[in-house]
Write a protein that binds this ligand. Structure first.
Ligand code: BGC
Length: 719
């Protein structure tokens, strides 16, 4: 129920003030140190009125500044409506957690939630009220730089992570918990399917696929009470999301009942003009407000045209009032009318931000996010070994990844330094080896000299952080040539080599995994990543991460994902020379490393997969149980994964669909029985008429350490 205060405010506001309330400006419009309003107003074609009445600001993170700006703004705003401060706090504020794709690899929902809670705390004391997270876009194309912002290719897992992040950011009660922030799930919808992996590109898919694969994670965020939604840049069914009435008004607001704030992505309303669905700003504004977008980020089409569109009768003023009301309600829920500074507290910020406790959690999550891809007897390192740590990431703080603008590369503990701390500095030699994309003779010579003395070579390689993230698509997803050359130079020395990879996307690992003895995927592990990786390399922590996005064999296979269809001419499991099957002539169909894959320093044996019954009914669930034993020499954590295949669907069903997972920690020799419960509800999916039901008939059940190497049983669903 809308409060009297807000009803009254909306009544008192002029149409121009209402339109301004819908505008979001970047920090540069307000930042000049004295709380005076300045900035590039001219370029946007707006004046003081708009700046003094804009409803929200994005991208500031210093509490002192936020306090100044809010106070200066309130002194000028005749209704006393406070500004909302928003920012992209994606994987941590100053304590930087691993990038979301890495976080996904942890399969640790509790820790992910905790990371969001920590991020919220640091954000809130710094004065920000809303974070533009979680990003819930399902991703299947590693050429797209923004895969680093997603938790991967599985709709079920993405939904769990999106929900966990919202809980962590928002807590239970945003009004009273001023150490939490409102969340904004993005980018609605299906931005992850950008054609060819090229950012901002077209998305085209059936409504059935949209609902089955792409929507569940956004929906899960909303089911946790996520306050805001952000539109995506792409088209859906040939209509840009920000003007897509069917998607926003009919589905999001109508069918799902979302009554929170919908914000456009940066300039996305204005971009309807180059997209080719609006002749000018005026038409763009008309389409966006009609579709249901409340806040316009960084284009001025609303402030320029909404008042006139209303006076001409093209837009019903009630639509504008609704949008303004939603924004004011969010401000009220955040307690801003009573306490416009909310959590902003420079002194508390100095204590809380990047504190030891937060860093400890970031280190734990980083360690759980790394994935051991290969290990032929090199890892863990022994502390008495002489190790040469070589490569562009041996002594680099560029391990935070994209979207970590409040973090600091300078304070991030570098891998080489962390290893020297853990072992002994005189046993660890450091060398550059190469830059990210270039290598000199001198660098190679120094690397060789360092390696000559060593028992083991650790190569710290990868992509610079700006090679993934927004607007960072790549068509070649191998390591840069210079680093492949470095691997070759090191290989000639004939010593054991372990590679640690720092990167934001699944890579084509040819020239790496086939050349060295061990590979640890560290992703961008965040501010405490150096220490986490050192712990893993020395076996202080046993790797337990599992990939949530397939690593392609080569780029030509993309998109390649585990939950694909079989086709009518599947390639037989054994190599045959059969010609007319679905295959490549030159590469395998399977990815190099499948979804769910990841090694440990111990081994786990799966056996006796059993079902409590071979028949399921809608009323009765069945139990799926498996025996798992630690057959190695050290304690380890295994993520046991449950997949299902519907053998005869009304529409074609994926070869495997993740339906559950459990983490078990086992001591050497220890065994456990892991039990999953499986019910008819979990077998439902969108049919061709978009009804969400299950099919009677035969199902296969798979359990194992990844989506490929599984045990199998079967049952029937009787309905
Ligand atoms: C990105 C969003 C982000 C926004 C605000 C856009 O370019 O697509 O993910 O939240 O900028 O910084």
């Amino acid at each position: 129920m809308t409060s009297q205060r807000i009803i009254q405010l909306v009544k008192e506001m002029t149409l121009e003030e209402k339109a301004a309330q819908l505008l979001q400006l970047a920090a540069t419009f307000y930042e000049d140190g004295d709380g005076q309003i300045t900035g590039p107003m001219e370029s946007l074609g707006i004046g003081e009125m708009e700046v003094n009445n804009a409803g929200s600001v994005l991208g500031i993170s210093e509490p002192e500044k936020i306090i100044q700006i809010q106070q200066a703004y309130l002194a000028k705003n005749r209704h006393g409506i406070p500004l909302l401060f928003m920012a992209d706090i994606i994987h941590g504020f100053k304590t930087i957690f691993p990038i979301p794709l890495a976080m996904g690899s942890s399969w640790d929902l509790e820790l992910a939630e905790r990371s969001a809670e920590v991020a919220a705390k640091e954000t809130a004391v710094s004065g920000v009220h809303v974070t533009f997270a979680p990003m819930a876009d399902l991703v299947r194309d590693p050429r797209w730089g923004r895969v680093m912002e997603s938790t991967g290719e599985d709709p079920y897992l993405n939904a769990l992570f999106a929900g966990a992040m919202v809980r962590g950011f928002q807590g239970e009660d945003l009004t009273h918990e001023i150490e939490r922030v409102a969340a904004c799930v993005k980018h609605f919808a299906a931005y992850g399917l950008a054609e060819g992996g090229r950012d901002y590109n077209t998305v085209d898919l059936s409504e059935r696929s949209l609902r089955e694969y792409y929507l569940p994670a956004y929906k899960a965020a909303l089911e946790e009470g996520c306050e805001m939604v952000m539109t995506s840049f792409n088209t859906i069914d040939s209509i840009p999301a920000s003007g897509n009435r069917k998607l926003m008004r009919d589905l999001l607001r109508g069918e799902w009942g979302f009554d929170g704030v919908l914000i456009s992505d940066w300039a996305a309303i204005g971009e309807m003009i180059p997209h080719g669905v609006a002749e000018d700003e005026r038409e763009a504004a008309l389409k966006a407000i009609t579709a249901g977008v409340d806040i316009e980020m960084m284009t001025p089409t609303y402030v320029h045209h909404i008042p006139q569109l209303v006076s001409e009768g093209r837009v019903d003023e009630a639509l504008v009032d609704e949008a303004v009301t939603r924004i004011l309600e969010l401000k009220e829920k955040l307690g801003l009318f009573d306490n416009p500074l909310r959590g902003a507290d420079p002194e508390a910020a100095r204590e809380v931000v990047y504190c030891d406790e937060h860093r400890r959690i970031a280190q734990e999550l980083a360690a759980k996010s790394c994935v051991l891809l290969k290990n032929e007897g090199v890892l863990p390192l022994r502390r008495e070994q002489k190790v040469a740590v070589i490569g562009p990431f041996a002594q680099s703080g560029d391990i935070l990844g994209s979207w970590s603008w409040a973090g600091s590369q300078e304070t991030a503990l570098q891998l080489g330094a962390a290893m020297q701390k853990l072992a002994s500095s005189d046993l660890i030699t450091l060398a550059e080896g190469s830059d990210i994309i270039s290598v000199s003779k001198q660098q190679l010579q120094q690397a060789e000299a360092a390696a000559q003395e060593a028992d083991v070579i650790v190569l710290a390689l990868g992509e610079a952080s700006e090679m993934s993230g927004e607007a960072s698509s790549r068509s070649n997803i191998q390591l840069p040539e210079a680093q492949l050359e470095l691997i070759q130079a090191m290989k000639r020395l004939g010593k054991p080599i372990a590679v640690v990879l720092f990167n934001g996307r699944p890579l084509d690992l040819h020239g790496v995994i086939d050349q060295v003895d061990a590979v640890l995927e560290a992703w961008f592990p965040g501010s405490e990543g150096g220490a986490a990786v050192a712990d893993l390399l020395y076996g202080v922590v046993n790797p337990s991460g599992k990939l949530t996005m397939s690593f392609p064999y080569t780029v030509g296979q993309i998109p390649v994902y585990y939950n694909h269809y079989n086709t009518g001419r599947p390639k037989p499991a054994e190599d045959t020379d059969e010609q007319y099957v679905s295959k490549y002539l030159d590469i395998p169909n399977a990815p190099l490393l499948p979804f769910g894959y990841g090694l440990s320093y111990t081994t786990f044996e799966y056996s006796s997969l059993e079902l409590s019954s071979e028949v399921m009914t809608p009323e009765e669930t069945i139990k799926v149980s498996v025996q798992i034993r630690n057959t190695g020499k050290v304690k380890g954590i295994e993520t046991v994964q449950l997949y299902v295949r519907d053998i005869s669907g009304e529409v074609v069903r994926p070869m495997r669909e993740l339906k559950g997972f459990r983490k078990v920690e086992l001591a050497p020799g220890e065994a456990a029985r892991v039990v999953f419960e499986l019910g008819e509800e979990q077998l439902r999916y969108y049919h061709s008429d978009l009804s969400f039901t299950s099919d009677a008939g035969k199902f296969e059940v798979f359990v194992g350490p990844n989506s490929r190497d599984t045990l199998q049983v079967g049952f029937r669903l009787n309905k």
